[in-house]
Design a protein around this ligand. Structure first.
Ligand code: NAD
Length: 725
């Protein structure tokens, strides 16, 4: 009999077969060719030896139960090789179906994470028990990679939970549940506290159910909640387009639509036909560009970034024990919370004890909320708060091995606070500034140990935003860079590394997006269409509302400083058409943005955002200035992508993965693109197509769209933006 290697067959004297997923060549089990062959062999054997088998337990010898599809294979699928994927997928589905209809009880003993393909394997079992291990997640996150669950996940969740719950709880959001939450939401049948209990529960089910069948294979079965022809479903249906819209903002995400279609179409036909429908939609998504973009970014790039591909080699990993946070304002308070949450002692210093205590109050609020939502215990929240010491006394900073400065954005003030505390800190303390725009090299001139000085740019709100941009000044040493990297990982955030430049990567590039939106107002284009174009391009924030949030005086200030710097270096400042609009808004109309109570939008007394200011139409909008929607969207996307290429040219950015992840996690570049440089790679026609389109935009809208030399050269050489590692 065939003995497979990826799925190990163990059988006891009572006829209980345990199939152990244990790929000998990988640390996790994936749905690769070896698995497919093993599954076929195991299925044949189960059928051949059926009479001697009492039941089957499916479990794994790895830390995770099963990791799902092999993304290295999926990202390479082309329309030409899609047929192979289609056939392979159908083969797996057929074999799972054979096991499911064997007439013997089959139990998934889920010993660890079962995401995507892992949960789909479990769905093909008659009973699902999960070990309640920390970090064990269950669900179908395929949609977050631009895919759908193609291993029977759509077909079976619809039949298990009903269309509405399958779509809303599992398929469309890709929610990853803890075992307890998966149980509460009907994704699994039971949880176990220990590995022994897991197997005991699996055995007990087999003992009690010698002839198991899936609900959908029992006579008289109906999809819970009915099919689209059913009145209850019909009542729910109008909500789905809204859900899709809410999720995608109308941006080009093909997966949610394909999931909806596969679920609805598959619910109206028999199980086998539904499997084929699911396979067709799956292959269409896998062969398309969006899933490639999303897999590249959210899997490969993210892994490269977090694993330290950009961290200097040869430096020992270090942990921070006690950090000083200077300035307990919006950013300092958030940074203090994130550090304390990671177990680091925090000294939170402001000019007065009251201001420092107010900063700690931010953590108190976040902790109370987390306790009330059941996300943490009172005990853990108390311990977190006990780690934060608010103070106005510099002496309390003694012994801190790192400092993160977050006082007002002012070079002289930043110099002064570092001078005051440097002698008090541990002699080799890491010195970080959370400036969002000021060049790090110049800030470092205010300290003694310039090699230990580095930029650590957090994003607001700090507790939610996963990115930290690390900025290396001219004199920053490798040791400091490695320590900054380790600190960001210690607080469980994602670090990208860039070289010093005014505005670094993120602040500079997002400025181009905003400028482009504002420039269109100046051209006379209807403001509501500009907002709609940004949303439909997939930006999480509309462009004019984002400008209001940041306040219009900020770009004025940055412009003044940047202009001065350019002129001091002997250059000439090239004005952007957005500048005139911003100046009129602030100086002529007194509308500096949300904090000033008036901007592109109107604001209520309590700060709530109202409608677009009607004055925009009166003072700016002109009939006959409309341009195609695609141009509006691409002006925003291209303005960011082209400046990113310039940053690569200038040596500010040194990693493609960092550029992609930074743009997605830090400044809201649309997720379907896979990040700002992947957008260029994946553009229709590749780099030559991107260059041609940039030239068109330059001819129509201005020189700022002229493609940089690096882009043109790469296009000519047939290259794309990749990290050669
Ligand atoms: P904020 O005005 O909310 O807070 C600044 C705090 O610094 C205030 O509490 C102030 O009392 C305190 N402070 C001033 N002088 C001090 C001194 N000598 N010693 C100790 N504390 C002092 O400002 P913020 O929004 O938190 O920004 C702080 C820094 O972070 C700035 O450099 C800003 O550019 C940067 N930043 C801001 C954002 C953002 O979204 N707001 C994002 C990234 C970076």
């Amino acid at each position: 009999m065939t003995e497979s290697t990826t799925i190990r067959w163990e059988q006891d004297r009572t006829g209980l077969v345990t199939l152990v997923l244990d790929d000998p060549n990988q640390s996790a089990n994936t749905m690769n060719a070896a698995f497919r062959a093993s599954l076929a062999a195991v299925t044949d054997r189960l059928e051949a030896e059926k009479d001697t088998i009492r039941g089957v337990i499916l479990t794994s010898a790895k830390k995770t139960f099963f990791a799902g599809g092999d993304l290295r294979d999926l990202i390479r699928v082309t329309p030409e090789t899609a047929r192979e994927l289609f056939d392979g997928g159908l083969e797996i589905k057929r074999n799972l179906r054979r096991i499911e209809t064997l007439g013997k009880p089959v139990v998934a003993a889920m010993n660890g994470a079962a995401l995507g393909g892992g949960y789909e394997l479990a769905l093909a079992c008659h009973h699902r028990v999960a070990l309640d291990a920390p970090g064990a997640k269950i669900g179908c996150p395929e949609v977050t990679l631009g895919l759908l669950p193609g291993g029977g996940g759509v077909v079976r969740t619809v039949r298990l939970l009903g269309i509405a719950d399958a779509l809303l709880k599992v398929l469309l959001q890709g929610t990853q549940y803890s075992p307890q939450k998966a149980l509460r939401n009907g994704l699994i049948d039971d949880v176990a506290a220990t590995p022994e209990e897991l197997l005991a529960k699996a055995r007990a089910f087999i003992d009690a159910n010698p002839e198991s069948r899936q609900p959908w294979d029992r006579p008289g079965y109906r999809i819970p909640g009915g099919t689209p022809a059913h009145p209850k479903f019909a009542a729910n249906l109008p909500a789905f387009p809204a859900t899709l819209r809410k999720q995608t903002g109308g941006a080009p995400y093909p997966a949610p639509r394909a999931i909806l279609a596969a679920a609805v179409e598959g619910s109206q036909v028999d199980f086998e036909t539904a499997q084929v429908i699911e396979a067709r939609y799956f292959v269409e998504l896998a062969a398309g560009q969006t899933s490639k973009n999303m897999i590249q970014a959210f899997f490969f790039d993210l892994q490269a970034v977090n694993s330290g591909a950009n961290r200097p080699r040869g430096t020992e990993p270090r942990q921070v024990r006690r950090v000083a946070v200077l300035g307990a304002g919006m950013m300092g308070a958030g940074i203090a919370y994130s550090c304390a949450r990671a177990g680091i002692d925090v000294v939170l210093k402001d000019v007065t004890a009251e201001a420092a205590a107010k900063g700690k109050g931010h953590s108190e609020k976040l902790c109370a909320k987390a306790v009330s939502r059941g996300r943490t215990t009172q005990e853990k929240a108390d311990a977190l708060l006990a780690r934060i010491t608010p103070t106005a006394d510099p002496a309390d900073l003694a012994g801190c091995d790192a400092v993160i400065e977050a006082v007002f954005e002012d070079t002289a003030l930043k110099h002064k606070v570092f001078q005051e505390i440097e002698p008090i800190l541990a002699p080799d303390a890491l010195l970080c500034s959370n400036t969002s725009t000021l060049p790090i090299t110049a800030l470092a001139e205010g300290v003694e140990r310039q090699e230990d000085f580095i930029g650590l740019h957090f994003f607001s709100p700090v507790d939610k935003m996963p990115l930290v941009e690390i900025i290396k000044g001219e004199r920053t040493g490798d040791e400091a860079l490695a320590r900054a990297f380790d600190l960001v990982r210690q607080i469980r955030k994602t670090p990208i590394v860039v070289n010093d430049s005014r505005g670094f990567f993120t602040s500079r590039v997002i400025g181009h997006f905003i400028n482009e939106g504002v420039a269109m107002v100046g051209e006379g284009i209807e403001p509501a269409s500009i907002e709609q174009a940004a949303a439909q391009a997939g930006y999480p924030a509309k462009v004019l509302s984002l400008m209001d949030e940041l306040t219009l005086t900020l770009p004025q200030k940055i412009r003044r400083e940047s202009k001065l710097a350019v002129e001091e270096a002997g250059g000439t400042w090239t004005a952007h058409p957005a500048e005139a609009v911003i100046d009129r808004m602030v100086d002529e109309f007194g509308r500096p943005g949300r904090s000033g109570g008036a901007g592109f939008y109107e604001y209520a007394e309590d700060g709530g955002r109202g409608a677009l200011w009607p004055g925009l139409r009166e003072h700016f909008t002109r009939a006959g200035t409309e341009i195609p929607f695609r141009d509006m969207q691409e002006r925003m996307l291209f303005s960011e992508a082209l400046d990113t290429v310039r940053l690569v040219e200038e040596g500010v950015l040194t990693s493609v993965a960092d550029a992609n992840i930074g743009s997605l996690f830090g400044i809201g570049f649309p997720g379907w693109t896979g990040g700002v440089l992947q957008y260029v790679n994946g553009y229709d026609g590749g780099l030559p197509g991107f260059v041609a389109r940039a030239r068109e935009l330059a001819a129509r809208y201005g020189d700022r769209f002229t493609p940089p030399a690096l882009l043109v050269e790469k296009a000519e050489r047939g290259e794309t933006f990749t990290d050669a590692r």
